[in-house]
Design a binder for this molecule. Sequence first.
Ligand code: NAD
Length: 313
Amino acid sequence: MSEVVAFIGLGRMGGPMAARLVAAGHRVLGHDLVPELLAAAVGRGVEAAASAAGAAAEADVVVTMLPTGRHVLALYRDEGLLAAARPGTLFLDCSTIAVADARAAHEAARAAGHRALDAPVSGGVVGAEAGTLTFMAGGGAEEFARAEPLLSAMGARAVHCGDAGAGQAAKICNNMILGISMIAVSEAFVLGESLGLSHQALYDVASASSGQCWALTTNCPVPGPVPASPANRDYRPGFSAPLMAKDLRLAADAARAGGVAAELGLRAAQLYAEFAEGEGAEQDFSGIVRALRQRPAPPAETPTATDQNGTPT
Ligand code: NAD
């Protein structure tokens, strides 16, 4: 069934996602604050809307692909998207935002007589262009079913994770695993270097052993073992360090708010924040291996004196 879709936020992800909806036969009314991005989308079959609210007023579904929860909530409430839309419109937010903001967006949409689904993505710009994104959705089963034809036009897989905010929860938990595992893999390569172990030897062992993970075998942080990894092109993204820092910050905030220790997650958030603010600003997140290599080692531990039973004295 062909739908009228308002698509707000035509940036690196939203531009190609909107183009895929057009290719699937939907009428897409697009809006972005940056005129060049709107013009580029028009070149791919999107119709330019003069305002976000104007697009929403004509739409069956409103898709948002924006930087943060603040942007989503401001559009929904202050810029009048919810007020402009016809009752029963589906509000599909694909941005990565805090779980609490996603829940607030659901509530605001429902209170205005609409339906809502949070559906953040993984797969990056390459996946957005190729239509191979994975969507993680939160909301009611009916809303998920309603959104599914659009999600399958923009991606290869959509998982219904639970109620409002569950898509965002899945996204930040997954990316916390990814951030921690990239640091773990990078530290292992740096330790291996200090022990005289070649990158290839460590890769050959770990990729076929219990150290195997995506950060090692797909996005390997050192050049050589995985030819397609960003390390072989001077760490051009890929998945940029600032986006990883953002997702880890969301995970760390959620952990603190929920009283969850997540010690490695919080430390990973700190390390990525420092890296993304400095040399990693334009790099793939695997570039953190270079920053970790430069970090001073902690002071050597003084051996603790013990008695004959090994008990500290
Ligand atoms: P982007 O900055 O390229 O695009 C966001 C767009 O939103 C910009 O073009 C901006 O002008 C527009 N915008 C902001 N406020 C607006 C408003 N009020 N009205 C209209 N347009 C407005 O960002 P992106 O890389 O496309 O990412 C979008 C979201 O997807 C983010 O939440 C990001 O975390 C998430 N994400 C990105 C990637 C990636 O690889 N880039 C991967 C997964 C998830």
